[in-house]
Design a protein around this ligand. Sequence first.
Ligand code: G16
Length: 543
Amino acid sequence: MAITRVPTTPFSDQRPGTSGLRKKVPVFRQPHYVENFIQSIFGTVEGSRGATLVIGGDGRFFNETVVQTALKMAAANGFGRVLVGQRGLLSTPAASCVIRKHKAIGGLVLSASHNPGGPEGDFGIKFNMSHGGPAPESFTEAVFKRASAITEYKIDDAPDIDLDRIGEIRIGDMTVEVIDPVADYVELMEKLIDFEKVADLFRSGFRMRFDALSAITGPYAKAILEDRLGAPAGTVVNGEPKPDFGGHHPDPNPVHAHDLMELMYGPDAPDFGAASDGDGDRNMIVAPGLFVTPSDSLAILTSYAHLAPGYAEGLAGVARSMPTSRAADRVAAKLGIKAYETPTGWKFFANLLDAGLITLCGEESAGTGSNHIREKDGLWAVLLWLNILAVLKKPADRIVRDHWAGFGRDFYTRHDYEELETEAANNLMASLRAKLGSLPGQRFGALTVEACDDFSYTDPVDHSVTPKQGIRILFKEDARAVFRLSGTGTSGATLRVYLERFEPDPTRHDLPVAEVLAPVIDAANAIAEIAAFTGRDEPSVVT
Ligand code: G16
């Protein structure tokens, strides 16, 4: 077997976004497209000669093809050993866990997360560092620079390997170990969560539904919930990962996980409902008759994490992305721990976790995690909830309402305007930025602007500055609107508008979300002139 140097020319669109390079499958299928990007990553990784690399993905269409290519390129680029999930599978949190446990130099994670799959769907490639988390912007920019000037890539001309069989095989001088994608992850969960208490909960007749949306978490959820914790067979639904997610849009929110919502709001709702996304890092929590916003979920987990063995000593601090509601900050204040506010993107949590400044972190986009890995972790969040439910012995909806009664409720919604003309979206943001100086003091309907800015983040650990991370508008009436453009979309631009209002009065906590937020929505629409810039009267998705 020989190493081939293949001449190539750059593609101009290989700049990674919020979470790696995400594009439509046909874009990735262009000749040399995948190879160029992987070569640019391998060229950027320092110390790769002889090192261990992890490779795996969420099983979406094109996953195995890219795994085979990546293996041959890893061999040609001098890696010593690759750990690859059986059938090329590894959930994103499991990849992070495997990288850390086996002290790998990093990992290639193949996923477009919650975006739809299939031949016309989305695909993605990202690199995670040795701490198990997504590469920082300094790394991804270096990858982009290389990709923009690439002239050749290296690949071993070995045949495809058998990814079905667990065990070792060689490609050139490199060892490939096909591993059970679930085992290391289960072992880690056992250390953090009181499996005995959760098993007792299921023995007592507790009923739950976990909807894996035909994506990667199915095998993990079955192994843990049904096989280890004794939940009845059938607790996990849509548990077989499919290349097109069975036509599901694997985004665990009330819109896309509608079957789960219907069940949980119906007459025979089980005690607890949960879902995860395409690559297993997101989670959705639903109590009977009550969707728990990711922002509230982070706050509640922050309140009660100490009930699980992994967090029995308490939390060092908590972090949330800027557009996430401030619910967790209120809990942090009560606990006497520090709360951090980061830009959108899991990578910003890594420094805080590595420095021991925080133990938990989370985002409004259905991501919650802790210092156990350096990715958000959907199933872990569900297990921590189960641990808390098992100890508190209170219904999930009661826990949420008690939380609101104690801390106040942050009414929250997000409006997404998808597939906008990129220029129109950029113009809207530019116009908003230009207005910032004149907004304070202005009244929009029932609300008055108190302050506004374009969020800029200074990392408390390495002091790097990340500017322009979203426009924040604070209203005097304890409400907030945030505007930013998504960094994970694959066609056109997506405008995200995050809307929230704090309500301390418990007698108002059961008001409909739409009613409480109507003045904030009106003010946000007026300030950003959304209809004028985009031609849209309604958002495409409301969560
Ligand atoms: C990724 C990032 C998250 C971010 C989310 C949405 O999640 O890891 O930190 O909140 O994208 O980003 P955007 O608003 O830019 O689309 P995932 O689950 O897609 O990897």
